[in-house]
Design a protein around this ligand. Structure first.
Ligand SMILES: [Zn+2]
Length: 333
């Protein structure tokens, strides 16, 4: 296993990748872009432990894929146990003087409530700072921006993830799979029961560039592989269902028809990666240890569905239409 420092946060904390395997298909997995969404990081560490082990199965997977983990990619937010990073608009202007005169970016937090103090330590939602144009340079006309427009790579954390992605594309030709690990508020499964979902998954972050809604991204149409993203999500769903009756069974589809080109998932999907979102139930702040352990295990099992499906090739034979039968998330607790 190769561990490297690939960048630094705004408060100069190290950002790491861990790479295991020598296969020609790259599976890139990221966690804690939102610093209070922590089960993903622990699931990544357990997955690395398994993939680096002496088991014949891990050895076989290592021959087929190169697994690249980017855990806790937003360490300043992780340290503050909150969503946004720790960076002021003034710091942005120092690095990008061409933005002088603009209002701060729309995803800049400056409020204070009982949990988060963005007033004394403002910060950005880093997961709205990505742009499908990986060489984009910030321009005044694109600010303050909005949810349905691309971001700008103004934060060092998004720049680091972008640089990791670009260097993998340079070395391997493409990043086959990109997975982003998150948390959400507790949701009910959509199948009529009152069971809470374990987590929600999704393949859909931007409108398809081949449709009218997605015409802003038409130049990415040849790269975008929505069917492969759907196959990967079905692989997760099937892996969880195969465990039968367990506390991990309730997987739902995250709300669809999203238009979020500033997310890492949206930007990388338009660059040709099969993409999977995990949204684990509940914020880490309000989670007991036992529940947290179960949810980490559930994420690990879902990730295994992806890793195993890609390494043995079975994911490419899945009918992508099965994605449409995953129960849609319905109703919030
Ligand atoms: Zn999140």
């Amino acid at each position: 296993m190769k561990v490297e420092i690939v960048g630094h946060s705004n408060r100069n904390r190290e950002i790491y990748t861990a790479t295991v395997g020598t296969g020609d298909k790259v599976v890139l997995i990221q966690s804690e872009i939102h610093g209070n969404e922590k089960t993903g990081t622990e699931a990544i560490l357990s997955t690395l432990e398994f993939l680096g082990s002496n088991s014949p199965e891990a050895k076989k997977i290592r021959e087929e894929i190169t697994f690249v983990a980017l855990p806790k990619m937003n360490p300043d937010a992780a340290e503050l146990n909150r969503r946004g990073n720790d960076m002021t608009w003034a710091e942005i202007l120092k690095q990008f003087p061409q933005l002088a005169g603009s209002k701060p970016a729309w995803n800049y937090y400056t409020y204070k409530n009982e949990v988060f103090d963005y007033e004394s330590k403002p910060g950005f939602d880093v997961n709205r700072d990505f742009n499908p144009d990986l060489d984009y340079v910030p321009q005044l006309k694109d600010f303050p921006g909005k949810s349905s427009s691309p971001g700008w790579f103004i934060t060092p954390e998004s720049q680091t993830a972008r640089d990791v992605y670009k260097s993998l594309v340079k070395e391997y030709g493409k990043v086959e799979v990109f997975v982003d690990l998150h948390h959400q508020a507790p949701y009910y499964e959509g199948n009529g029961t009152d069971d809470l979902v374990t987590y929600s998954i999704s393949a859909q972050f931007v409108p398809d560039p081949r449709t009218t809604e997605g015409q802003a991204y038409v130049k990415y149409a040849d790269n975008y592989n929505y069917n492969f993203s759907r196959q990967l999500n079905v692989a997760v769903y099937d892996a969880m269902k195969n465990y039968g009756n367990s506390p991990f069974g309730n997987i739902s589809l995250y709300p669809q028809n999203q238009n979020l080109p500033g997310t890492a998932l949206g930007a990388f999907a338009l660059n040709g990666s099969g993409t999977v979102l995990f949204e684990v139930r509940g914020q880490t702040q309000s989670m007991g240890q036992k529940k947290k352990g179960q949810l980490i295990k559930a994420v690990e099992r879902g990730l295994y569905g992806i890793i195993n499906g890609v390494s043995e090739g079975s994911v490419y034979n899945i009918d992508p239409e099965k994605y449409e039968s995953i129960p849609l998330t319905k109703g919030r607790q």
